[in-house]
Every structure is written in structure tokens, then in C-alpha cells.
Design a protein around this ligand. Sequence first.
Ligand SMILES: Cc1cc2nc3c(=O)[nH]c(=O)nc-3n(C[C@H](O)[C@H](O)[C@H](O)COP(=O)(O)OP(=O)(O)OC[C@H]3O[C@@H](n4cnc5c(N)ncnc54)[C@H](O)[C@@H]3O)c2cc1C
Length: 286
Amino acid sequence: MPSRPGTGQTGEDRREALDTTTPAGADSRTGSLEGPTEKELPRVTTITGRTPAHHTEVTRAVGLTSRMRRITLAGPTLVGLAPSPAQDIEIILGDEAGRRVKRRYTIRRARPESGQFDVDALVHPHGPGGRWAASVQPGDQVEFLGPRGRLELREAGWHLFVADEAGLPAVAALCEALGPGARTVGLIEVGDQHDEIELGVTSLRWLHRGKDEPGRPDRFAAALSAMTSLAPDGQAYLLGESRVVISLRPLIEALAIDPIRTYVKGYWNVGRGRARPIAGGRTRQI
Ligand SMILES: Cc1cc2nc3c(=O)[nH]c(=O)nc-3n(C[C@H](O)[C@H](O)[C@H](O)COP(=O)(O)OP(=O)(O)OC[C@H]3O[C@@H](n4cnc5c(N)ncnc54)[C@H](O)[C@@H]3O)c2cc1C
């Protein structure tokens, strides 16, 4: 599949999720992997050509919460590989019909010296990714493509993170990279208090869904509407259900955050894989 020039992104990547970031400048997508300083934040490594494939083994799988597991993948091709904060990998899984499918997971932490990546994966029964997260065990073989992804940290007076469970690992990785001195605000939706994990966000509000279905904008919208802007030089990251994150854009603008400083990424889609009735009484997968 052809790559988008200069990004290593494939057509499939563009279909899978919406990424409406506007890069600040041509040179902002390349750069150093050195640790952050006040003036220099970690940047994204541009991968050109085909995204590399890795054959790894699960060396550890532990529960972070009752619905989130940290899975450690290890392999010789990961030695020396230092992804940028919140880059992700595309794991090859099998669906219920035995077809190969790809699902994306954030690299929560990388240990280049020993060739290990940690991913924090949400456990749920509705898709290959959620089922893999529930059942994966040490000794399992895992093939993936990556690292990939264009999420980048930029200089900003404050950083606003709006995310659900799928975005939690990225928020944690980004806050870790920003360091304790950064001014960070988080609005994070989870089921209940048992889903909360340590994020390193300085001002954090958990939004509890209770028994409601995930993938609705209401709680985020109410919380954003009640906020006041901290300063006009904010940077926003919206990481969650595709339609939800797009619908929240105007509320981010209302906080005086410039649209070009707003990173919007659909991490999952309500209803994906479910059969939907179409004309003639037949069904089609969505
Ligand atoms: C760049 C990127 C990074 C990501 N990082 C992570 C990560 O670190 N950890 C993580 O857990 N996820 C992460 N995700 C999200 C993950 O890829 C999706 O949730 C993916 O859809 C899971 O695949 P699945 O096979 O379980 O479900 P799918 O086959 O995609 O969907 C089946 C059904 O499951 C439901 N569903 C899927 N995902 C979710 C969800 N997150 N919450 C509630 N219901 C859901 C939907 O209703 C859907 O109809 C990331 C996505 C992207 C694009």
C-alpha cells in the first residue's frame, strides 16, 4: 500500500481514524529524540517508506485496572528503537472469521536498551482488540507495524487533554514527556473510579459514565462549556471516539485555543464491526 510522502502513512491509516492536526511547520515533524528541555520538546520521528514489521513475544501482562492491562512486548528489532511520546503500533490480530485485522495501541513506554514496548490495552468483549487485551498471556507471539503516528508536543503555556479510556495511555505518555513543570489540564471520561489511573496531569477532572454507553459527547461538552481559558497560548489534544472528538472542536475554539494548536484524533468508532441492516433485509458490517 503506498505511503503518504514524508509521513509513512498509508491509505488504510487515513481511513481508520481521523487525524486533523495541522502541522506547525515543515521541520516540526522531524527532530531529536533527546529528552525535553524548556525550549525543546520531544518531537515525532518521521518514518519514511514502509512501516517496519516486528515479531515480538509477550513477556508480561498485568492488570492496571479491572478493564485495562499493561502488555509488554519484547523482540530483537525493538533494541535501540526510541519512539516519540504517544506514537503507536499497529498490532496484527485475528477477527472472529479468522481474517487478519490491525488495531492501534499507544506505546506507553519504550525500553530501547532491552528492546521492550509497553502498551496499555482496554479490555472489552466487542472486538478483536478488546478480546486480545483480555486474553493475551506471557509467551504469546505478537506481530506489529510501527512505531507510527504524528502526534507531537508543541511549546504551549498550557496543555488541555480531552480523552476517554483509549486515549489514557497517550495522555499519560505525553504528560510524562512534558515533565512536572508543565501546566496540564485533563478532562478524562471513564466508567467509574475503578478505571482511574495515575496520569501526571496537574489539574484533572474525571468524568464518570456509570452505566451509560461510551462514545457520547455530552459529558465532555458540559465540562468544556464550564471551563474558562487559562491563556490564549494553549494546546489541545482530543483523543477518543471519532465523532465525539470532532464535535468538540468548537468548544475548544471557545477556550481561545487556535484550531492549528488543536490535535484531534479518532481513536475508535462506535458500532465498528456491527452488522447494520440495509435495503432488501440484508446486513452490512460497519
Ligand atoms: C493512534 C491510536 C492509539 C490508540 N491507543 C490505544 C491504547 O493505547 N489503548 C487502547 O485500549 N486503545 C487504543 N486505541 C484505540 C483502539 O485502537 C480502538 O479502541 C480499537 O477500535 C479497538 O479495537 P477492537 O478490535 O477492540 O474494536 P473494534 O473492532 O474496532 O470495534 C468493535 C466494537 O467495540 C467497541 N469499541 C472499540 N473500541 C472501544 C473503546 N476504546 N471503548 C469502548 N468501546 C470500544 C465499539 O462499539 C465497536 O463497535 C488507539 C487508537 C489509535 C487510532
